[in-house]
Write a protein that binds this ligand. Structure first.
Ligand code: ATP
Length: 449
């Protein structure tokens, strides 16, 4: 697609065609007077927008040629926006044309200004859709492990590390906030490792302490009330494969000892069992907690930590991945629109600004949830910021540097006052300013101690 904005005018009235040709500025204009020449121009010039008179020869008083031309344009170039121009009082034809995929309609007699606005809007929408398609096409272009979608250098560094360590016999600890894709990366690591066994995941925070041991190590029949049959644990199930221990920081200390033994000796004992069972299970673990701090204050065994964390991979939050929020938003939009059979094709410019500006505290999971809901809620082909429930985000987007600075000042003053429990001298000291300056700031920002 070239950057030139090209308008194709399909009109059999030579006078009107001339009039229209000179009416617009800023577009390259090409014209056609019947179906055949219209299609030839479409192929040659690839116009983004077409105005199409429905009454074309050999049926200038009907609409059959116009509809045939519309159909041909739609099938040859579905992205092209077609505005049909109908005779006065041919409202039914106009509506039929919209149902057949025309983007808008206009009735004769032609008012150049009004038609001009419709044409300009059509170019605008075409440009947005083209940008949406371009972004969507980037999705899946890479072959990052585990189907991870990213084009951000910050994240590509992570995926490269994962690929590099996949084949090595090292333990990997993924550090990242909830919803950053830790499980997806762990699965990717397993896939790239070439290990034949299964990928098994367990969330240590989601399982009550009392059950976690038997979940991990399995149990013998009769080991405890309810243990009606001998059951293998997750470590055994992942024999020859990979076990993903999510939220490793939530493993209680006594179980940490047992886990350490397994890592050192590569054998396990089921709960209630006496037999040492050799297992070849690779461990990948993850947590959103500060494990260093946990080790420092004794909540996590350091010997286990060193066994688990030969390679530590920090995963950046979504907001720190340049361009990824929009990239992933398009991916999820395409995915859910197809799944739910909704004709939603992209985002409005405001929605895109809101996606880029939002802090994404819930990371990729939050993004997917918002986009999924928006696909259901959208009234139109383009998802709005309101559909994403991000209209506030847009309103809060900073106007300029001055507003950013004011907001930062206000926050710093508020934080200092709260830290100093309302004591003005204390807050002024924390901020490194004099009391009168603090008073001025408080007055400007309408803040009370
Ligand atoms: N880069 C990505 N590309 C595509 N999908 C992603 C990406 N990152 C995360 N997802 C999807 O987002 C959701 C959350 O990811 P995942 O469960 O891997 O996160 P997590 O960090 O393990 O979260 P938690 O710590 O809460 O378990 C999943 O549906 C996952 O498929």
């Amino acid at each position: 697609m070239t950057d030139t904005r090209t308008l194709l005018i399909v009109e059999d009235d030579a006078g009107l065609q001339r009039q229209l040709r000179w009416a617009y500025e800023g577009y390259a204009i090409v014209t056609a007077s019947d179906r055949q020449s219209a299609i030839a121009q479409l192929r040659a010039e690839m116009p983004q927008v077409v105005t199409l008179d429905l009454g074309l020869p050999p049926d200038p008083d009907g609409a059959s040629e116009g509809f045939a031309t519309l159909e041909a344009i739609r099938s040859l170039s579905p992205e092209t926006r077609v505005i049909v121009v109908t005779g006065h009082g041919e409202r039914d034809s106009a509506l039929r044309a919209i149902a057949s995929g025309a983007w808008d309609f206009y009735q004769k007699p032609i008012d150049i200004d009004t038609l001009g606005i419709i044409v300009e809007r059509a170019f605008h929408v075409h440009a947005i859709e083209a940008e949406n398609r371009r972004l969507a096409a980037r999705v899946g272009a890479g072959d990052a492990p585990g189907g991870i979608i990213t084009a951000a250098p910050e994240m590509l560094k992570v995926t490269r590390t994962i690929e590099r360590v996949a084949g090595a016999d090292v333990s990997v600890m993924l550090l990242g906030a909830s919803g950053t894709g830790k499980e997806l990366l762990a699965r990717g690591l397993h896939d790239a490792s070439g290990r034949d066994g299964a990928f098994v995941a367990i969330n240590c925070a989601a399982i009550p302490e009392t059950l976690l041991e038997s979940e991990l190590f399995g149990h013998e029949k009769g080991a405890f009330t309810g243990a009606v049959k001998t059951t293998a644990g997750k470590i055994e199930m992942a024999h020859g494969g990979t076990l993903f221990l999510d939220e490793i920081g939530d493993v209680p200390l006594p179980l940490q000892v047992k886990l350490l033994r397994f890592l050192q000796e590569r054998v396990i004992e089921r709960v209630g069992g006496r037999k040492a069972i050799p297992v070849d299970t690779r461990i990948v673990c993850a947590t959103h907690q500060d494990v260093d701090a946990m080790v420092a204050d004794g909540r996590f065994r350091d010997d286990l930590y060193y066994r688990l964390a030969e390679i530590v991979v920090p995963i950046p939050p979504l907001a720190a991945r340049t361009g990824d929020a929009l990239l992933l938003a398009h991916h999820f939009l395409r995915h859910h629109a197809a799944k739910m059979e909704r004709g939603v094709t992209g985002f409005t410019p405001e929605a895109r600004a809101a996606i880029t500006g939002w802090g994404w505290p819930g990371n990729v999971r939050e993004l997917e949830n918002r986009v999924k809901r928006a696909v259901i809620m959208a009234d139109d082909k383009l998802v709005t910021a309101a559909d994403l429930d991000l209209s506030d985000a847009e309103a809060r987007a900073p106007l300029n540097l001055k507003t950013v600075r004011e907001a930062a000042d206000r926050k710093a003053v508020r934080d200092a006052l709260s830290q100093a429990e309302g004591n003005i001298s204390g807050a002024a000291r924390l901020l490194g300013i004099s009391r009168p300056t603090l008073y001025d700031l408080m007055r400007n920002h309408d803040l009370q101690p």
